[in-house]
Design a protein around this ligand. Structure first.
Ligand SMILES: [Zn+2]
Ligand SMILES: [Zn+2]
Length: 276
């Protein structure tokens, strides 16, 4: 996790052959600096995948793509929303996917699925490489049955714990409609809601959970971790690794599994992606 929180989000998903950014919601400068901390240069990126068009997920993209010609993977509505916003109007390297589609970027298979959130066509991802899988859901009001099914095979899950319900209720800065929006079915997961999603996945393969997208004023890493830890303890699952990502610092590197070493035969990408 290069950075995660309500002010900006970007994560690096990598194998020996492939490096993908999930969202570009930090400044381009911060993205480059934080990639550097993980030994990756922007030129090495094989693509940026977008979950949705909100500023905290795309604000660094314009500068980043002006400097580096990185393919941007998004569904058409999200791509349009980002372009309509004036950002990236001239970027030519769009790779458009249909929500629900599965495709490959080098040796990573990307599964996409819709999530309920107040954006034009927001998605979550499941990444498969070698024998391991990573689930990625931030920015969703609730987890649909389909989302839970899509995440049954994942070993590591990145999930939003946006707010503590009490802190949000007692918050004096946010007007009522904003609180309503956050709590709605198209808003954000609370700590408790995320814990419930994780509980549903416990019969699966999950062994690590990374919490993210915390609200600055209505949550703390301690509260988020404690809420999820309590739920896991109640379910008798004490062997799950838990980590909370923050806004200001790059997280440790999480090793999800092994992929095959050696040469990788890349696929002819344009066969999969019609022009935007
Ligand atoms: Zn967000
Ligand atoms: Zn959002």
């Amino acid at each position: 996790m290069l950075g995660s929180g309500s002010a900006g989000n970007s994560a690096l998903v990598a194998t020996d052959h492939c490096r993908i950014l999930v969202d570009g919601g930090l400044s381009a400068r911060q993205i480059v600096l934080r990639l550097e901390q993980r030994g990756v240069t922007p030129e090495q990126l094989d693509g940026v995948l977008l979950t949705h068009e909100h500023g905290d997920h795309v604000c660094g993209l314009e500068v980043l793509s002006r400097k580096f010609d990185i393919p941007i993977y998004a569904n058409s509505q999200t791509a349009e929303a980002v372009r309509y916003g004036g950002l990236l109007d001239h970027h030519r390297n769009w790779r458009i996917f249909r929500t629900g589609a599965e495709f490959k970027i080098c040796d990573i298979t990307v599964q996409t699925f819709p999530v309920p959130h107040d954006a034009v066509d927001p998605v979550g991802f499941a990444f498969y490489a070698g024998s391991s899988a990573l689930g990625f859901i931030t920015d969703l009001g609730y987890a649909t049955k389909m989302i839970v099914e899509r995440l049954r095979q994942v070993h590591t899950l990145v999930i939003e714990t946006n707010h503590d319900e009490k802190l949000l209720q007692n918050d004096t800065h946010r007007p009522w409609p904003v609180k309503q929006r956050i709590q709605s079915r198209h808003g954000h997961l609370s700590n408790n809601a995320a814990a419930t999603v994780i509980e549903q996945l416990l019969p699966g393969k999950i062994d690590r959970v990374v919490l993210g997208h915390l609200s600055r004023d209505c949550n703390t890493p301690e509260l988020a971790l404690q809420t999820v830890r309590n739920a896991l303890n109640k379910s008798g699952k004490i062997d799950i690794e838990l980590y909370c990502a923050t806004q200001s610092e790059v997280s440790p590197r999480f090793c999800i599994g092994e992929t095959k070493l050696g040469a990788f035969q890349s696929t002819f990408e344009s066969a999969f992606f019609p022009a935007a």
